[in-house]
Design a binder for this molecule. Structure first.
Ligand code: ADP
Ligand code: GLC
Length: 521
């Protein structure tokens, strides 16, 4: 019997049968029980790629034979009738300072495959938006998502689902590994459960006023620089980095970037301390949603061997944005949250001169930063028939842009992985990217001598570098059309199916379990 079982013999409050046996090397080959806890998941609630990853990875793990379930908040924007969401029952969640919250537990299946639990708590989740409301960022986000994380533990106990792994995603659920190690840990049936924290975006760390600590039920011994404390505030992601049994980020290159001072955005030293437990696993794609041969949101289907449908999609997209319907003019696209990370400073510098000097069209879908929104409104007005802008969030239109464009622009300043460039590859829409993070890992640079590659890369985070890279793509379009066709076919042949990455996650789960066994709570 491993030592972990020996020291956990006090009278259990729960049936010991509900507890998983402690893991040993090579155990659970047949299937792990895994709980994802996340603030987003497609198709229920999405702001960015986090939602796509939680949905796609959970399905892939399930197909590998693992019992995955997901917990997300029941935001008021989620259409309960559409997804057949059913009430299960109430649950009582104990926060610190004697706070008790009664939540409603609801459930539905994700794409008929993955059980999802929804946490209903109207005071926190019965509002418009996910992180932001009409007047901006919700000031009590630390409280809202701490409740979600704590509720996850209670739900597991109440529903007798005792996972081997609890998998937290980004700062909103970074307190999950903390609760798992600090809450009732000796008596809890979750005492053998290991935690994994995936850092999708280190630019968002969840730094809030230290008055959240009593609500978390954590004393001053946890408000230290190696755990929560960060310049007098509470940094939730930092605490997760300290407490999780294993850490991942979403591409191998980004795993190297975040242990360096600039890429680590204040956490490099702490991530370096956890180097042995930090893994970079490339995001995959859910090709049941993103495939031009079957996509329900596009005007015509196409494959690498039959690209006629792509020309139909391009015409439909030009039509949608009232652009000149020209098959011979290269069409560039952007779909993005309008945030600094995505390199809009570069686009704002490069696009006007590119449009002045090159034969090209441009369409954009996105929202966020108001200056950026206004810039694109201005650009559409200044270049009628050549530029189209849709300021807003539209999954349907994002598919049509992937299908109808010739080139997709992602000049990100940093990009942990990025999904749109991977979707673009599948749709034969050649990515024009800055070589950083996952963009560098997923796009192979064009070689003019041979026509090899899948897209166009530049390195310098400067508008002029983007400008020249757009110029390179436009020149290739007009001067070497046979290479454009070759690049397209090479791009469409790439396979980023989730299965391979899901297998890497299983390896990390086993690492976390071994770690837990070696150093119990
Ligand atoms: P991030 O998570 O940093 O936003 P990713 O490239 O990983 O970047 O994922 C972005 C996801 O969000 C993609 O699925 C993209 O299509 C989607 N998306 C971003 N902005 C919009 C929008 N305005 N409308 C529809 N989908 C969007
Ligand atoms: C993030 C990153 C993006 C990544 C996504 C999903 O928000 O910005 O690069 O693809 O999460 O992991």
């Amino acid at each position: 019997m491993p030592p972990v079982a020996k020291i956990r013999t006090p009278v259990p409050r729960q049936e010991p049968a509900a507890r998983n046996p402690p893991p040993t090397n090579g155990e659970h080959e047949d299937g792990l029980k895994i709980l994802f806890v996340s603030s987003e998941c497609v198709p229920f609630a999405k702001v960015g790629g986090l939602a796509d990853v939680v949905g796609g990875l959970s399905k892939a793990l399930r197909r590998l034979g693992h019992d995955v379930r997901i917990i997300i908040p029941l935001y008021s924007l989620i259409d309960r009738a559409l997804y057949g969401i059913k009430f299960v029952g109430p649950a009582c969640v104990h926060m610190g300072a004697g706070m008790e919250h009664w939540i409603g537990l609801h459930t539905a299946l994700l794409d008929g495959e993955v059980p999802v639990w929804f946490v209903e708590f109207d005071a926190y989740f019965g509002r418009p938006g996910i992180y932001d409301g009409p007047t901006g960022h919700y000031m009590d986000n630390a409280f809202r998502f701490a409740l979600l994380s704590k509720a996850a533990l209670q739900i597991c106990k109440d529903q007798n689902f005792i996972p081997h792994i609890m998998h937290a995603h980004d700062w909103p659920t970074a307190t999950l590994p903390v609760f798992l190690k600090t809450w009732d840990r000796v008596l809890s049936p979750l005492s053998n459960t290991a935690s994994v924290l995936t850092i999708h975006n280190i630019g968002y760390q969840g730094v809030y006023n230290a008055n959240v600590m009593p609500y978390l039920g954590l004393g001053a011994e946890h408000f230290t620089p190696d755990k929560f404390e960060d310049h007098g505030k509470a940094n939730l992601l930092k605490a997760g980095v300290s407490f999780a049994d294993a850490l991942t980020t979403v591409s191998p290159t980004h795993a190297k970037e975040i242990i360096e001072p600039v890429g680590g955005m204040g956490l490099a030293m702490f991530l370096n301390n956890r180097r042995a437990d930090l893994f970079g696993i490339l995001n995959g794609v859910d090709y049941s949603q993103w495939n031009p041969a079957t996509d329900k949101s596009i005007s015509a289907h196409f494959t690498p061997n039959s690209l006629r449908g792509k020309a139909v999609c391009k015409a439909a997209l030009q039509n949608h944005f009232h652009l000149e319907e020209r098959a011979d003019v290269p069409l560039f696209g952007v779909v993005s949250r309008f945030v600094h990370q995505k390199g809009f400073s570069l686009l704002r510098e490069a696009l006007p001169s590119a449009l002045d000097n090159m034969v090209m069209q441009f369409v954009v879908l996105g929202n966020g930063d108001m200056d950026t929104e206004n810039f694109f409104r201005y650009l559409a007005g200044a270049y009628p028939g050549r530029v189209g802008a849709h300021i807003g969030f539209s999954p349907e239109l994002s598919h049509l842009i992937e299908a109808g464009c010739d080139f997709f622009l992602m000049p990100s300043l940093y990009e942990p992985c990025g999904l749109n460039q991977i979707y673009s590859l599948k749709y034969g829409t050649l990515p024009v990217v800055r070589a950083t993070g996952g963009l560098d890992d997923t796009v192979q640079n064009y070689d003019e001598a041979t026509g090899n590659g899948t897209g166009f890369k530049f390195w310098e985070p400067a508008g002029r570098a983007l400008y020249y890279c757009i110029g390179w793509a436009v020149a290739t379009w007009f001067d070497r059309p046979q290479h454009i066709l070759q690049l397209r076919q090479q791009a469409m042949a790439q396979n980023f199916d989730w299965t391979v990455s899901a297998q890497h996650y299983v390896d990390v789960y086993r690492h976390a379990l071994r770690k837990k066994l070696a150093a119990p709570a």
